[in-house]
Design a binder for this molecule. Structure first.
Ligand code: ADP
Ligand code: MG
Length: 753
């Protein structure tokens, strides 16, 4: 089984995505397919023993598309894809602008004719008139030859395979206008008693094709801009690395770096891969990865990540993660996946696009039929036929589901890319969509609201021995723990040069504390719950005063008695207060969820302004609390440090992981906020709101335009107001609709969060 993403060549419209998806899905050996018009790519899962990518590509070739194999090296692949995209764009530009004069001349002739018929200007000399009206078929034929190919192919595929897409519609529309005009001209003498042989529509063919091509060109140009976030991330990647191998410094391409290579980084250079400093120290600018503007101090033992930039120091580090394992590579992969994923809101647009083409074809014939049956008795057959043709062509041209297909993916691409640049990593489009509906945010305390770097505040000693001895036991135990509290105590001990002892049988007691054996005595360290479990006499009243100030007690005890209590204080992140206020302004309820002491939690909640507190919960109960909120019909976003909160993060409608430092568990949560910045939580919610708003605007305009455009082009308003949309305006509207949707999505880029 294999899952790969292939770029697709020849995709012109949303309905293309649907028909490619359908065709590939029906292919034996293929289990899953998702085609995205925004990224012009297909993600295919298939059994690689029964079918090859080449065979897959062959399946869609009759439809006019092909798959482009993914390149192995990401850099090379992107450069290549970019070059191809640029080639395609410049070819389109050349074609469009070479045909532009024809469109201008056609419109000028149209205006002249109109002015003459309104008697604003005198009749043209017969020579000039004849010349101009013989020029039109020449220009139309040229335009059709230069710009019409994909559309004529659309007709061919329709006739040969019975598959129609929007190219087919435009092809039928423009060539119908052409053939009708040709017939009038060719059989002028025979037809003149019955038809208005002067009413040729070569100009329709010319102008519509040029407008559509212009629209496609502008659309492609903007569409390429929607995806530039990935390009920016890729440009962070160093191309070469200076490694130290067998006693020599050697400059090698980035791809040749292997694990445990020693890499030398000089001032102002990019870090090529992830690793750990073994010599030297420096400040590193990690803003491109974390959004944190200040360079970060790095010493021996600290980790560095690829794509960040060394400032003035020089150092050597050991490569621990290379190639696709590096954080930058994973971020790029995640952004790419998210941009290519489908938002649930797109399902409706997809369903409509899928049935759009046959329905539009039917409507076009229906309109033509209606004109021919109903209209002749009022306006005569000649006028009815030409009006019917105008309707027929108009409907085919205006009713492109392009804008519909672009509405969601372009906004998602821009939204996800914008997030990435702000240090907000979104896993998929569905997450971004759900987040805008969130009405309650559950926040983990340690590391989310507080700095997660508690410091020892005070010591109560009941052991009968010196403070130092009591702290030595506690610190020895905590040395084995990973909890931030433990870190506070160990650091304190180290600073005061307290000697530690060896611990045996160490164990963590989930949500309560730890235990371990020192010199044959079993010690426990943890919260009041732990002491209650031990049934040793202890009056927690002694702690109230301190816990009410937001400090956390760590009680050291044996099975017989409590030896001492250490209070640690974890300062609130100043930006948390602002962020909570902001969340409330957005109409979102906040809940603090923590395993910590109730008084402590309430004090912290009060300090930052959180509505509700759920304290002293075990990790599994965090999950239940989220479930309970959901059962009340709330949409829950949960922000946590992603380590012990993982089950609750997974249960929440949107799990938001606060990544601290360089350790990013980006796969575990729906959204990852780099650098553990809670201010970004608000930004993430706003990002999802503006993205969804953009999508809804796009969908609205795309729908409304078809809802009004089709009946207008079909002549439904003609009997009442005499309105009949010229196919030329239909072409203009169609080009405009896609361009406006993409432009609206691009606007997201500059929206302030
Ligand atoms: P939280 O992440 O909300 O702090 P935890 O489940 O990690 O939740 O911890 C719950 C409580 O258990 C802590 O607030 C602390 O009182 C106690 N605890 C956990 N680990 C330790 C430890 N290593 N030393 C002392 N107390 C601990
Ligand atoms: Mg925690």
């Amino acid at each position: 089984m294999q899952t790969s993403t292939y770029k697709i060549k020849g995709m012109h419209c949303a309905s293309c995505a649907i028909s490619i998806e359908d065709t590939l899905k029906k292919t034996p050996g293929v289990t899953e397919v998702s085609v995205n018009y925004g990224t012009e790519a297909a993600k295919v899962s298939f059994d690689d023993t029964s079918i090859t990518p080449v065979q897959l590509s062959a399946k869609i070739e009759p439809l006019g598309y092909s798959l482009i194999a993914p390149d192995k090296g990401q850099m090379a692949g992107m450069d290549h894809a970019k070059m191809e995209a640029e080639d395609e764009l410049s070819e389109m530009r050349r074609k469009v602008f070479s045909m532009m004069p024809f469109a201008i001349i056609s419109v000028a002739i149209m205006i002249l004719d109109l002015l003459v018929s309104l008697k604003y200007i005198p009749e043209m000399s017969p020579t000039l008139e004849t010349f101009l009206h013989h020029l039109l078929p020449v220009m139309a034929t040229t335009t059709l030859a230069v710009l019409g190919r994909p559309y004529l192919m659309g007709i061919y595929r329709f006739l040969r395979y019975g598959k129609a897409n929007m190219d087919t519609l435009i092809g039928i529309g423009t060539s119908a206008a052409f053939l009708y005009s040709f017939t009038l001209g060719a059989f002028e003498n025979v037809l003149s008693p019955y038809l208005d042989v002067k009413a040729a529509y070569y100009d329709v063919t010319i102008v519509v094709l040029v407008f559509i091509a212009l629209g496609k060109y502008l659309e492609l140009r903007s569409k390429q801009k929607t995806g530039d976030a990935i390009e920016k991330l890729l440009s962070l990647q160093a191309k070469k690395a200076l490694v130290f191998r067998s006693g020599k410094e050697l400059e090698i391409p980035m791809e040749e770096v292997v694990h445990d290579d020693l890499i030398i980084v000089k001032p102002a250079e990019k870090i090529p891969v992830d690793g750990e400093i073994i010599e030297g120290s420096t400040y590193i600018d990690e803003s491109m990865i974390s959004g944190e503007p200040m360079p970060v101090k790095k010493n021996v033992g600290d980790s560095v990540v690829s794509g960040t930039i060394n400032t003035t120091g020089a150092f050597t580090f050991r490569a621990t993660k290379i190639g696709s394992e590096t954080m930058l590579a994973r971020i790029i992969q995640m952004v790419e996946d998210a941009q290519g994923s489908k938002a649930p809101i797109q399902a409706l647009a997809d369903k409509i696009s899928a049935v759009f083409v046959p329905i539009v074809l039917a409507l076009a014939f229906l309109a033509l039929g209606a004109w021919l049956i109903i209209a002749p008795q009022y306006i005569g057959f000649a006028k009815a036929l030409s009006s019917g043709l105008v309707s027929f062509v108009g409907i085919l041209v205006i009713a492109c589901p392009c804008a519909l297909g672009l509405a969601t993916p372009t906004a998602i691409i821009v939204g996800v890319g914008k997030g990435a640049r702000e240090g907000i990593l979104v896993k998929d489009a569905a997450t971004l969509e759900t987040l805008h509906k969130a009405n309650v945010v559950v926040l983990d305390k340690t590391g989310t609201i507080t700095k997660g770097k508690p410091e020892l505040a005070s010591v109560m000693n009941f052991s009968g021995k010196s403070d130092e001895e009591m702290l030595s036991v506690l610190a020895s135990l905590e040395k084995k723990s990973e909890h931030p509290i433990a870190h506070a105590i160990v650091t304190h001990a180290a600073e005061h040069k307290i000697v530690l002892s060896e611990v045996k049988d160490f164990q963590a007691i989930k949500g309560k504390g730890i235990e371990g054996n020192i010199g044959g005595v079993l010690y426990f360290a943890g919260n009041t719950k732990l002491v209650a479990d031990l049934h040793v006499p202890f009056d927690t009243a002694a702690l109230i005063e301190e816990t009410k100030k937001g400090k956390t007690p760590i009680i050291l005890a044996t099975k017989e008695k409590v030896l001492g209590v250490v209070m640690v204080a974890d300062a609130v992140k100043p930006e948390a207060i602002v962020a909570i206020a902001h969340l409330h302004k957005l109409g979102i309820k906040t809940v603090l969820l923590t395993g910590d002491d109730r008084n402590t939690a309430e004090a912290i909640a009060k300090e930052v302004g959180i509505d509700d507190v759920v304290a002293e919960v075990l990790p599994e109960d965090k999950l239940n609390k989220v479930k309970e909120l959901q059962s009340r019909g709330l949409i829950v976003a949960m922000a946590g440090d992603g380590v012990n909160d993982a089950p609750a993060l997974a249960q929440a409608n949107v799990g938001i992981a606060m990544a601290t430092g360089t350790d990013v568990a980006i796969e575990s949560a729906g959204i990852t906020l780099l650098h553990g910045d809670i201010a970004k939580l608000v930004k993430a919610i706003e990002l999802s709101r503006v993205t969804m708003r953009t999508i809804k605007q796009n969908l609205f305009w795309a729908f409304i335009y078809n809802i009004i455009g089709i009946p207008l082009a079909g002549g439904a308003f003609y009997p009442f107001f005499g309105w009949l949309l010229s196919p030329i305006f239909a072409g203009l509207a169609m080009a405009f609709s896609s361009v406006s949707v993409v432009t609206n999505s691009l606007r997201l880029k500059t929206t302030k969060l």
